[in-house]
Write a protein that binds this ligand. Sequence first.
Ligand code: ATP
Length: 661
Amino acid sequence: MPEPKMNLRKGSKVWAEDKNLAWVAAEVTDFLAKKVQIRTVTGKQVLTVPEKLCPRDADEEEEHGGVDDMTKLTYLNEPGVLYNLQRRYALNDIYTYTGSILIAVNPFTKLPHLYNVHMMEQYKGAPFGELSPHVFAVADASYRAMMSEGRSQSILVSGESGAGKTETTKLIMQYLTFVGGRAAGDDRTVEQQVLESNPLLEAFGNARTVRNDNSSRFGKFVEIQFDATGRISGAAIRTYLLERSRVVQITDPERNYHCFYQLCASERDAEKYKLDNPHHFHYLNQSKTYELDGVSNAEEYIKTRRAMDIVGISNEDQEAIFRILAAILHLGNIEFSPGKEHDSSTVKDEKSSFHMQMAADLFMCDANLLFATLCTRTIQTREGNIIKALDCNAAVASRDALAKTVYARLFDWLVEKINRSVGQDPTSLIQVGVLDIYGFECFKYNSFEQFCINFANEKLQQHFNEHVFKMEQEEYRKEEINWSYIEFIDNQDVLDLIEKKPIGIIALLDEACMFPKSTHETFSTKLFQNFRAHPRLEKAKFSETDFTVSHYAGKVTYQTDTFLDKNRDYVVVEHCNLMLSSKCHFVAGLFPLPPEESSRSSYKFSSVASRFKQQLQALMETLNSTEPHYIRCVKPNSMNRPQKFENSSILHQLRCGVSRS
Ligand SMILES: Nc1ncnc2c1ncn2[C@@H]1O[C@H](COP(=O)(O)OP(=O)(O)OP(=O)(O)O)[C@@H](O)[C@H]1O
């Protein structure tokens, strides 16, 4: 952002706005009327206005390799920050401070010398800022502050998809287990279990996306607890909003969750469960991508199994988990054709019958009951129960809903198991929490998932505003540093718009979900009626039902067509009963209580958005009771290549961590 007052003279060093590079270094050569003549480093003579220029640190003052803390720049403005990062990145100095915030630019290449034990030794106890900027320095500062102040800490890792949040989180965990670990040789120490929870959760919660080969499809908050002597005594993992739709629907070149490919490559299990080839399974072959560069599915399978051992999952449970995954794949291959009666359906052919039998056998339930579950629905009326046949589309939807529910419950079981195994220390008063949560998203098409993700980011932004801006601005004001490259934007009004009761987007959505006759059209109409003049909400230009929210990071238009469906986290009673009938304790145990049949339909509504809102509220309360530290990860280019620094996209991310496509 150009600065309002600037004394320009001939020879002044400036940054000039540039279409391609965002900003380019230049020097003032002349003045013509109210305009300024400049010469850019690329040799161009440009006539411009002073408002489009920013002051630049004089070349001789600039350190060739950049400065390790942005506050050392004479002019702390957007281009100064950008070029400082660029200069450092060229030398593989991927970390830079802005005061106490760490900026980490993804190197997209292994830098093992940065993360070895020797490095951890170096950072242990070193005063913050004394050594080169590093993720270990932030982790160490948190640990020291926790020990000296007796106060819990949190490290918030943010950034767009592929920026390096998960890798950064793992490095923090590695460091904390290093300083707080016991020097025991046992494989199953708390810290070992904490570390091994990563590959396990990645196998079941990560997938290849267009942006990242190993993209986390859930948010994660890991709390590592310590005893009074600073040793790790327990841990707890909370996860947020796993992307369920991926289990049944993927587009090329994305993949389903890693665990499915690992299982198919596992020779013995694959053979046992008749998973000869991933190409044969609908839930996998909607995309032509089965392999990942430099990754062996078979080896990853062994690693996942090992992680399960360390986390304390019994062989019997492991067998059940992979059997369930196999059942889901077979389930996805059941196709339907119209049945004899009107609007009914039946299993399409022998192949589908085979897969249905396989799925039933693997779930350890009755194949006829599975068929009835997929192709009919019981409706309760005052006069008694009516069995309604489902047409082919509805049967497919029922099949997919079952697959998604089972998978989501399996994921939740894993998280719970990890928590139980690692154990929480009820006497621990101090902990370091690490938050790795999806960054702001703005795509061509944005749906319910983006809405929830962006809501979470608004919450975190508010937290960031309250803690960092106020604190840092104070500090910079004292030192008379001009903090102009990030603006303070109060976003309480957006948060009210989204979450306020009784009238807010979530409340209106829940209301719509509870009335069977509501559609996304009636929901949108109600939304626009209630917020006709709201400065943060508008009706999208070419649609009657899409709405646009002016988020802190920019405008995002949401398509509402699937909002109601995605917000309804109903468990179909028939699905529940089927799973409860399983002879496998593990399968039945995933569905602990038969849902109360309080409603007249066989669906029981619970709101995904409201539950997410409550989870976020609890997270905010935890974060507010801790001292926060921030790491902002930056993705330097969209090709995931080392040494490529794309100015415009990086600027977007520095402004607000936005992910665009
Ligand atoms: N410090 C690092 N050193 C080397 N490579 C890294 C580092 N950080 C990230 N990477 C590379 O970038 C890839 C993407 O990083 P990561 O999965 O951590 O991104 P993310 O921000 O968690 O993305 P998502 O939101 O999609 O989960 C990694 O798989 C790894 O190849």
